[in-house]
Write a protein that binds this ligand. Structure first.
Ligand code: MN3
Length: 199
């Protein structure tokens, strides 16, 4: 199905000071919109038009369709990214099912947080840090450019955009500071739990 850009579920200034109005205006209204427009051009008149976004991501990766790996992947990633954040998010208190899996699979909250931030810091160039479900277990992952865990046999539950467009206005080159602020103050753990429940 063709891509459309939904509005944010919160005001553009709702995530300040951790993510500014200016960042959200550029990131949502210009960057995400470009993925939507370019993805629609790339799938026009192809069998990809009949697929769900999740199916499109997997097929594009399998068929090495670079335009749809990047633009379809980024459309999926950003649709969720806006929902992976909320005002007054973050915090160490996770929903129960998620907390139990973090304890069992990832060595508890503090280790999961450190590993997730490290994944984002060490992703060379543009990409994403992830919490994903693979084979019934939680994993911390990182991917390059527009790729996501769907393309690597896993289900994304939480992702942080580490492209410079996500943090350069607010943090300049300080990617670690952005990741720490994002994780501690913006993550919508209830949305993560809702994805886990559907996985
Ligand atoms: Mn982005």
């Amino acid at each position: 199905m063709s891509f459309t850009l939904p509005p944010l579920a919160y005001a553009y200034d709702a995530l300040a000071p951790y993510m500014s109005k200016e960042t959200l205006e550029f990131h949502h209204d210009k960057h995400h919109l470009a993925y939507v427009d370019n993805g629609n051009k790339a799938m026009a008149g192809t069998p990809y038009e009949s697929l769900s976004l999740e199916e499109l991501c997997k097929k594009a990766y399998a068929e090495k369709n670079a335009a749809l790996v990047n633009n379809g992947g980024q459309h999926f990633n950003h649709l969720h990214f806006w929902q992976w954040m909320k005002p007054r998010g973050g915090g160490k208190k996770l929903p129960a099912k998620l907390q139990a899996m973090v304890d069992k699979d990832l060595g508890g909250y503090d280790k999961m947080r450190a590993d997730f931030i490290n994944a984002g810091v060490t992703q060379f160039g543009s990409g994403w840090a992830w919490l994903a479900l693979k084979g019934g277990k939680l994993e911390v992952q990182k991917t390059a450019n527009g790729e996501n865990p769907l393309m690597h046999g896993a289900m994304p539950l939480l992702g942080c955009d580490v492209w410079e467009h996500s943090y350069y206005i607010d943090y300049r080159n300080a990617r670690p500071k952005y990741l720490e602020a994002w994780f501690d103050n913006l993550v919508n753990w209830e949305y993560v739990e809702s994805l886990l429940a559907k996985a």
